[in-house]
Design a protein around this ligand. Structure first.
Ligand code: ATP
Length: 619
């Protein structure tokens, strides 16, 4: 069934001429506009749409975080750790099942430290969080992943598990898994955890929102709990973490840190985060109190390495989250410096795990420099990252975008019941564009905030908190928010400006439809996006979406080999082990499938120029 506005044009015009609109005979003309949510479809929003604090005519709402309406504390306090005493804890010295104990993790008098209970903090977001979780009825719908196809390649791939109980992760970690209310492992966890516990290197490609963070955290924490590591040097101000987790943005690093702290609670494993834009001295002080797992953004880590505040010589585990992003040209030099040019043990002497929802072949090629005899894992059918997400694409001229967005927001509001929990994430191309759209939304009665690279870290964190709490239920963002952020209750992602790269589109829409939930993604397409027409139409088709006929026409007519769509023709969820390409000399890579549904033919060829496409919005 066709649902988009542009499709209704197509229907109206069917049988007549293609010569409508301004798109060189492709773009539709505009009929009476019916907002998508009011069309003949059952409501697909899982949470109700937002109710705003005042009608558009009643003047600016108080929810805008720049307007003083947001009463939360300065961002950062949450992530710096609180001081609430935890009377129920057993204390650090009892954590962990390994015999190595704290004495083996030099430099930190853990007896002096109090571990804040990450499951019961009194952070200001608690009320909002509680309000949200009370709305949850039955927890997470992992049945949505039941039939997910999985493919592995590499030598001697360990078999997957079906339950957490089948793996010996240790009592303390198992207790935390229960505290997190994880009843069973997600598909990526079922495969990844045994592979990692077997000490194998891994390149894992799994759909957005499918639990990759836990997939790399559990084996690392468990490994540190049980491992016998050489004594770390004492009496020096340099710290020697055992594990390093790198991610491309500050917010994602903070999020991983928060998650890892929960998993590591009372295990005796200490997790610390360092990232740019926040005072380095505070982070150094935190490091000096001891660190086993260091979560970091590359820039801040390089700074600390150069100042000899951190040494990587004891690293046993290296995880790169959003690994394809970390190895594209924006980050690759820093990553190479960290991994290859400092004092980190070489591949084969450490365990390396790379994770993403997208893995272009040329990035796989680069990544293989860091890996030794690795297993490649793809979880999910091609395009399946988006099965849980209803995707719509609307033809919208540049000049109509704002009013079109307004229509969507009004329709969402009209359909909402207890709307506060429905959050809308709007992606735009530029930082300036983000500010300007936020301002316009604010003036039109929609509480919005922004996140982009020109805002201070404090503002970024505050914006995120304000959005998460529902205080400002619209977040206007650049690509800095495209990857990894796990924000519950994002029910609508709007690509106000489409990205140039289909993989970026996959990550952006993946901010909704997470952990088995459903979501909605709407894209505004016009003649500026012609290079995306083919990969977008292919992606939508592969994930069983309604592809507007006009988009199919664009896709068939537009030559998209050039332009900025660097992975043209290959935009898909996931990827295929590049070692299996005919053109690649396998060197013993071999194949070894578990329940493999190879979905052949669907995989894209990511070859071709990996030209400049890095937006300045990133860290
Ligand atoms: N086994 C599990 N049971 C229930 N919930 C889980 C489980 N594993 C992870 N989750 C939840 O699923 C959500 C998504 O997880 P996560 O953020 O790790 O996804 P991701 O695969 O890293 O996504 P992205 O590709 O966008 O970075 C989180 O809220 C997490 O707490």
């Amino acid at each position: 069934m066709r649902t988009s506005w542009a499709d209704s044009v197509e229907n109206a015009a069917s049988g007549s001429s293609d010569n409508v609109g301004t798109g060189g005979g492709l773009a539709p003309t505009k009929p009476t506009y019916i907002p998508p949510h009011l069309r003949n479809r059952p409501p697909i929003l899982e949470s109700p749409a937002p109710s705003f604090s005042g009608p558009p005519s009643s003047g600016p709402p108080s929810g805008n975080d720049r307007g003083g309406g947001y009463a939360g504390p300065a961002g950062g306090s949450r992530w710096a750790g609180g001081s609430k005493p935890d009377f129920g804890r057993q204390g650090y010295n009892t954590g962990g099942r390994g015999s190595s104990g704290w004495g083996n993790r030099g430099g930190w008098d853990r007896g002096r430290d109090r571990e804040v209970n990450p499951f019961g903090n009194d952070d200001i977001d608690d009320d909002a969080e509680r309000a949200f979780s009370e709305q949850e009825n039955s927890g997470i719908n992992f049945d949505a992943y039941e039939d997910i196809p999985v493919e592995t390649s590499g030598n001697n791939v360990p078999p997957p598990v079906n339950t957490f109980a089948e793996i010996d992760l240790g009592d303390a970690l198992n207790l935390n898994i229960r505290r997190c209310k994880y009843v069973k492992p997600t598909p990526v966890q079922r495969y990844t955890i045994p592979i990692s516990l077997a000490g194998r290197d891994l390149m894992a490609c799994a759909q957005t929102g499918s639990g990759k963070t836990a997939a790399f955290c559990f084996p690392i924490i468990s490994g540190i709990m049980t491992g016998n590591f050489a004594q770390r040097p004492r009496g020096t101000r340099t710290v020697y973490p055992l594990a390093l987790i790198l991610s491309p943005t500050r917010e994602l690093s903070c999020q991983i840190h928060e998650e890892a702290k929960k998993f590591a609670y009372q295990t005796g494993v200490k997790v610390v985060v360092v990232y740019g834009g926040a005072p380095i001295n505070q982070q150094l002080r935190e490091l000096e109190r001891g660190v086993d797992i260091l979560v970091a953004t590359p820039g801040r880590l390089v700074d600390m390495l150069e100042r000899a505040k951190v040494s990587l010589q004891m690293i046993r585990y290296l995880a790169l989250d959003e690994a394809d992003r970390m190895l594209d040209m924006g980050f690759e030099p820093q990553i190479r410096k960290i991994v290859e040019q400092m004092d980190m043990p070489r591949r084969g002497e450490r365990q390396t795990m790379l994770f993403s929802a997208t893995f272009p072949k040329e990035i796989q090629r680069l990544a293989s420099d860091f890996l030794s005899n690795y297993i490649f894992l793809t979880v999910g059918r091609v395009g399946s990252s988006t099965d849980l997400i209803v995707q719509r694409v609307e033809y919208v001229q540049e000049s109509d975008k704002r009013s079109h967005l307004m229509d969507l927001l009004h329709a969402q509001k009209a359909n909402g019941v207890q709307a506060k929990q429905a959050l809308t994430l709007v992606f735009v191309e530029t930082k300036k564009g983000a500010d300007s759209l936020e301002h316009w939304l604010y003036n039109n009665g929609f509480p919005a905030t922004t996140i982009h690279g020109d805002r201070t870290q404090q503002e970024r964190e505050q914006a995120l908190r304000s959005f998460k709490s529902g205080n400002t239920p619209i977040l206007v963002a650049t690509d800095v928010a495209a990857r990894g952020l796990d924000i519950p209750h994002v029910s609508h992602v709007v690509n106000f400006d489409l990205p140039n790269d289909i993989d970026d589109y996959v990550h952006r829409i993946g901010r909704t439809g997470r952990a088995g939930k459903t979501g909605l993604a709407t894209a505004f397409f016009n003649d500026n996006n012609t290079s995306l027409a083919k990969p977008l139409a292919d992606l939508m088709q592969e994930s069983n979406q309604d592809v507007p006929a006009w988009l199919t026409r664009y896709a068939s007519r537009v030559s998209y080999g050039g332009g900025k769509n660097r992975r043209s023709g290959g935009g898909r969820f996931g990827g295929r082990d590049y070692r299996r390409d005919n053109s690649f000399n396998r060197g013993g890579g071999g194949t070894d499938y578990y329940g493999g549904n190879s979905s052949s033919g669907g995989y894209g060829n990511y070859g071709g120029g990996y030209g400049p496409g890095v937006t300045s919005a990133w860290d």
